[in-house]
Write a protein that binds this ligand. Structure first.
Ligand code: ADP
Ligand code: MG
Length: 483
């Protein structure tokens, strides 16, 4: 038994999602990534005396959407709180957040565990808050620079229950959060750009122990892989401390991606006292049942439902369903294709095969794919009707469609000379001609040398310019040799 097996890992994640609203959380400043520093900053963002925050309704809408998607309970009244602290990137000296009254409580996300089995991860809460500005330490040699464009942009903080049991589960959870916010169009989910951030609370305990161990909060992971790596390091470190007779203390640690270690930032005792109090400048906002019902009705299809549909109704494999639902754009495209064909498996294969390789080769997103979904549907139908072989469609018709996405699929196949000869009369004629041209082989074939089927099929293909439908050709060949 390895040391790792003695212990159980317990993880709870706090994910911050920056919302894709046009303006900031409590002001009309533009909310955009990558603008020239300190250009989207008004007196409200700076918290100048006499200015007042005004709640951005979109923030509430996005929070309600996410809450509904997770099966959370939506609070009827939104109360806000001030979280006070002093830092150069926080011009107001406080953030407007929700303390004891989060907009969403409860609910869950479903992830896959280490063995690929579905597992429910409970959510503690989702609350609304605003981001701080950004301190930039690596541009100026002498000074730290501050960009306040990010100050006041809306965030949702999604807090999980301590239900995760491994770094892989944590990775899968963050992946699922990202997929969901992208499906809902509320956050771009880009950890590398910081529009989605994650703090990991990690503890270990002896297997079978009733109480949780002391937790450590790890910050500053700027990719999903780093979330996993930080947790892996932290678990090893904690087990090491315990095995050497030490005790763990509750603290916040920072992940150093270059060294692949976590470093202590501050202990629990040194933790900030944020002196929360009710935000005096914002009235409670009512989110009534009618509003919630409206949002529910507008909810797009979500990955989990689509996965169910693809595996249960369309009889696709779990593997196919997973790939098709991985990104919203691909799922939506597939949804469009299957409006025009019922050959779901073939439609799925086209998307996972030819379409995806085209996207990969060109570094394109699904949104940049030139061929309309209905055209792919027509392609599938054309193959199913036996008029075009799969290989001709893949090697010639598909590339031609990329060049002429508006073309009529059948006409394009015709103009490329790809329509297979399945007209039995003319095929028969061709076969008889081939027999005549090869009297010796014909005699042997007739005498029972079945291995000559291949030879005659080859001749038939040659005579038809590659357009003979192989299945029908083969059938006719057998019939004619008997007669
Ligand atoms: P705090 O009071 O430090 O904010 P919370 O109880 O609010 O702690 O939990 C914050 C996060 O830490 C949540 O995601 C929760 O699931 C997680 N968490 C709580 N206790 C533990 C523990 N013993 N081990 C790992 N994660 C934990
Ligand atoms: Mg807490």
């Amino acid at each position: 038994m390895s040391l790792r097996d003695k212990y159980e890992v317990v993880i709870g994640l706090e994910v911050h999602a920056q919302l894709l609203t046009k303006t900031k959380a409590y002001s009309s400043d533009i909310n955009e990534y990558g603008a020239h520093p300190n250009t989207n900053v008004s007196v409200v963002t700076l918290g100048h005396p006499g200015t007042l925050p005004v709640m951005n309704k979109k923030t509430i809408e996005f929070a309600v959407k996410l809450g509904l998607a997770c099966g959370a309970t939506i609070a009827k009244e939104q109360h806000f709180a001030r979280k006070n602290y002093f830092y150069p990137d926080l011009p107001k000296g406080y953030q407007i957040t929700q303390d004891t009254t989060p907009i969403c409580t409860g609910g869950q996300l479903y992830i896959k565990d280490e063995n690929g089995v579905e597992k429910r991860i409970g959510l503690t809460r989702i609350h609304m808050e605003e981001d701080a500005g950004k301190s930039i330490h690596d541009v100026d040699v002498y000074d730290t620079l501050v960009d306040l464009n990010r100050a006041g942009t809306p965030l949702l903080e999604i807090v999980s229950e301590p239900d995760l049991r491994s770094s892989t589960e944590a990775y899968n959870y963050v992946t699922e959060v990202r997929r969901l916010v992208r499906y809902l169009d509320i956050c771009d989910g880009n950890m590398e750009e910081g529009s989605m951030r994650c703090d990991a609370n990690v503890s270990v305990r002896l297997k079978g122990a009733a109480e949780f161990g002391t937790k450590v909060e790890v910050k500053n992971m700027n990719s999903m892989r780093n979330v996993q790596r930080a947790i892996d390091f932290e678990v090893e470190r904690q087990i090491d401390v315990l095995e050497n007779g030490g005790t763990l203390s509750q603290e916040t640690r920072s992940f150093d991606a270059l060294k692949n270690i976590t470093i202590s930032m501050r202990s629990k005792e040194a933790a900030n006292d944020y002196r929360y109090f009710p935000e005096p400048d914002l009235q409670p906002i009512v989110v009534d049942e009618v509003y919630v019902a409206q949002q529910k009705a507008l909810m797009p299809a979500l990955p989990r439902e689509l996965f169910e549909k693809y595996t249960k109704q369309l009889n696709l494999s779990e593997y196919d369903a997973l790939i098709l639902t991985d990104s919203k754009a691909i799922a939506l495209y597939f949804e469009e294709v299957i409006k025009t064909t019922t050959n779901y498996k073939s439609a799925a294969n086209w998307i996972m095969g030819d379409v995806k390789s085209y996207l990969n080769q060109n570094g394109f997103d699904m949104e940049q794919f030139p061929i309309r979904a209905a055209q792919i549907g027509a392609l599938v139908t054309l193959i199913d009707s036996g008029k075009v072989s799969h290989s001709a469609a893949s090697q010639k018709l598909f590339p031609a469609l990329i060049e002429q996405p508006e073309a009529d699929v059948s006409k394009l196949a015709e103009s490329l000379n790809l329509i297979q000869e399945s007209d039995t009369d003319s095929l028969k004629q061709l076969i008889l001609t081939v027999f005549e041209q090869h009297p010796d082989e014909f005699a042997r074939f007739k005498g029972g040398e079945n291995q000559l089927t291949g030879f005659f099929m080859g001749q038939l293909m040659k005579a038809s310019g590659g357009k003979a439908d192989p299945k029908i050709g083969n059938q006719l060949l057998r019939e004619l040799i008997k007669g």
